[in-house]
Design a protein around this ligand. Structure first.
Ligand SMILES: *Cc1c(COP(=O)(O)O)cnc(C)c1O
Length: 346
């Protein structure tokens, strides 16, 4: 069991913070006339502020993820959780974080916005962790290490033994971003949170659940850490529509979600085989996600050609270790076929 002093890791101003107390915080109980929050009394369906504690939605997410509600933080997308981790635990202009590259760009952008220095060691040429170089990069001011598994844009799962080695040795927080975990058979790190008090697992409703437009991300961690995020979050960060629509999806939409994930996984392998047979494709990297990274003969030119067919993929060719690579999201069978047809004409 790896335990750390989570409160000691918090940003100095956060340790002493008294959070904003919203009208709905100050009053808890039964009432029928609400004159406390300067809301408009005439019903629109949305004239009341949403529940700042997201009680119903948290209930549903907690039972879905098999965790306690006090291990759960809900964000306006995972992107908000990432930002709050910087704001909660990193001192601007002083602390640093480690972000092995290439990975999801939002970690570095969020670090920059918060004026936190980024140490960016490279993954290996197979996109695996170089544990020694990561641990060597740690300084006394390193607060967070971001690990994305399956990784974006490479698509591979990180080796759990290596993640464990980093987590064991590091005295700060290890953020394990599992945005794509539903597209693999690998177990989530949620099941090991009791072993590692310094792990924060991020998941999202944007990918497997098909709810990117709702903006709902999840942070799962030790209750003390969740308490810090709760203290610094905007009171109404999850809007009323998202709270009710996501609750509904969890309670009644899991069949649809499972069918979508199954089809995307099948299509991923169909897409891989078809891509590999094309003249313009050099290789396709193995993927545990809902996209594939493909090395092309000329990524930039092919990207432009696809645009002429109305097909947009992600050009990652200027990213480290992704020379000549395009990242292609797995679409429907029809969409994937149109992509292949367009590529075959080149
Ligand atoms: C898509 C993605 C997310 C999701 O972010 P949301 O803000 O929840 O939509 C998070 N992490 C990674 C690595 C992603 O690729």
């Amino acid at each position: 069991m790896k335990s750390i002093d989570i409160l000691a890791l918090a940003r100095e101003s956060v340790k002493h913070l008294r959070p904003y107390s919203s009208a709905r915080d100050d009053f808890q109980g039964e009432a029928s006339i609400f004159l406390d929050a300067n809301e408009n009394p005439f019903p629109t369906g949305y004239n009341r502020y949403p529940d700042p504690h997201q009680r119903k939605l948290k209930e549903a997410v907690a039972s879905l993820k098999k965790v306690n509600k006090n291990q759960l933080f809900l964000g306006n997308g995972s992107d908000e959780v990432i930002d709050l981790l910087f704001r909660g635990f990193c001192e601007p202009g002083r602390d640093n974080v480690i972000i092995p590259q290439p990975t999801y760009g939002m970690y570095s952008v969020s670090a920059a916005i918060n004026n936190i220095k980024v140490i960016a060691p490279s993954l290996t040429d197979t996109f695996d962790l170089d544990v020694a170089s990561i641990l060597k990069a740690v300084t006394p001011l390193t607060k967070l290490i971001f690990l994305c598994s399956p990784n974006n844009p490479s698509g591979n799962l990180l080796n759990p033994k290596q993640v464990e080695a980093i987590t064991e040795s590091f005295g700060g927080l290890v953020v394990i971003d599992e945005a794509y975990i539903d597209f693999t058979d690998a177990p989530s790190w949620i099941s090991r949170l009791t072993e590692f008090q310094n792990v924060v697992v991020l998941q999202t409703f944007s990918k497997a659940w098909g709810l990117a437009g709702l903006r709902l991300g999840v942070g799962i961690a030790d209750p003390l850490l969740i308490g810090i995020l709760d203290t610094i979050k905007p009171p109404y960060n999850i809007n009323a529509f998202t709270q009710s629509a996501a609750t509904e999806a969890i309670l009644h939409g899991s069949g649809q979600r499972e069918r979508a994930v199954k089809e995307i996984r099948t299509e991923r392998e169909v897409l891989r085989k078809k891509l590999e047979a094309l003249r313009v494709v050099r290789r396709v990297f193995p993927s545990d996600a809902n996209f594939v990274l493909a090395e092309m003969t000329d990524a930039k030119a092919i990207y432009q050609e696809l645009l002429k067919h109305g097909i947009v993929v992600r050009d990652r060719s200027s990213v480290i270790l992704c020379n000549q690579c395009l990242r292609i999201t797995v679409g429907t069978a029809t969409e994937n076929n149109q992509l292949i047809l367009a590529l075959d004409k080149l």
